[in-house]
Design a protein around this ligand. Sequence first.
Ligand code: FAD
Ligand code: FO1
Length: 451
Amino acid sequence: MSARVHPRRVRRLKGGPEGPGPVVYWLSRDQRARDNWALLFAQDLALEAARPLVAVFCLVPAFLGATRRQYAFMLRGLAQTAAELARHRIPLLLAEGRPEEEIPRVLARLRARALVTDFDPLRIKREWKAGVLARVPLPVYEVDAHNLIPCWLASPHQEWAAYSFRPKVRRALPEFLTDFPDLEPHPHPFGEVPPWPPVEDVLARLPVDPGVEEVPHPQPGEVAAHKALADFIARRLAAYPQDRNDPSRQGQSGLSPYLHFGQLAPQRAAWEVYHAEAPPEAKETFLEELIVRRELSDNFCYYQPRYDQVAGFPAWARKTLDDHRRDPREYLYSREKLEAACTHDDLWNAAQREMVLTGKMHGYLRMYWAKKILEWSPDPETALETAIYLNDRYELDGRDPNGYVGIAWSIGGVHDRAFAERPVFGKIRYMSRQSLARKLDLRDYLLRFAP
Ligand code: FAD
Ligand code: FO1
């Protein structure tokens, strides 16, 4: 197997005759040259067989409703990664279309020896992978390069809450929270490949909704991601516990777009924070979010096939929402009204505008934002659909297991417990504007995102 990658991080999805050509890494979730276990594993396979190593990205138009905003951030990051891979004599090929067709086509053309893929629990990715597996003869490996503890190892089943998942993570961390080996310049060159196309050309031919503008920051790409991590550790980690839930302070790390597109390895962030000079409780609080909460989201999407449906909510939550399905709604807003931030609630409108304008809503307000959509929608199904639609249309970090789980936690009590019963919510945890206004000074947030 691989000299540098923990063997339990790798699964062989299928065997088969190895071709005479290069090892191919199909890069999808983990779009980076540095700190990428799937790439390192592919390189070890290629080194063992003295073969070239080729990476391929399959660009899929209209990925889960992504707009120009997300494609631009992703493609600008990929252009940097392509250059970094080229410096290591590992070409990055760009395929465009349906992965089930394009990946087998690339493998056949290259007469590939083996295929390495990265791990992603989302339904669409599993469908792509099943389609590729059915069409290729060669061995295919899957490497979880996103979770510190490979998702299928962290727990053998769906976890009901963080308290049952945390001890499993703690027990496994010493084995998996390590530093990364460097990517070696590859000694077996592959030869000429088409240069990575200019981002503007690719964007111009993508049929994406231009209605959601690119955002000026954060700066996309691996270099900016590492700078953002270093800046957070140096200037904001120490105050994270007290500042992270205050929208008037820049208390969060701002890393989610980089983690979502795989431009930064979560394990790199964990490793650097773990070894940083900072108060232990600040490090603990951040690692709880980065490791336990984030990997709990992968656990939910991996084991709960209906992670984006009311049917995926726990039974107690489905029952209580049903019991209150006919409760009168004091306010009812259409998706269009919500999208335009035209409600009676100035705080909710400000959070919606923050998301539309900046591509990243403050984490604490995301809970309030989703819960109000439940309160102001005709039924839980409409609320869930609306929250996912708006989140994935405007957030840079959207279309992510964290998003499906964050919304299901807010609307459907996933990983949460029952609370005192009330209209519409039943026993789902309620958040009121008054309770937030008591805890937080919202004045400058409301000013910043006023209409
Ligand atoms: P920080 O507070 O700096 O946290 C660092 C990292 O820890 C985050 O990037 C994330 O990977 C992880 N993390 C932090 N909080 C959570 C959490 N509650 N659940 C899971 N992981 C967490 N996150 C997304 O990545 N994409 C989404 O689309 C998304 N949608 C959400 C929708 C709702 C309704 C809610 C309640 C939460 C959502 N989250 C989502 C989770 C969380 O709000 C964001 O990950 C966080 O705000 C990102 O900003 P940050 O990186 O600056 O966070
Ligand atoms: N992954 C791909 O392999 N090909 C794509 O074209 C692609 C587009 C895309 C657009 C927006 C977005 O938020 C994610 C996108 N992804 C794409 C997937 C992404 O890399 C992540 O793997 C998942 O969204 C997170 O699980």
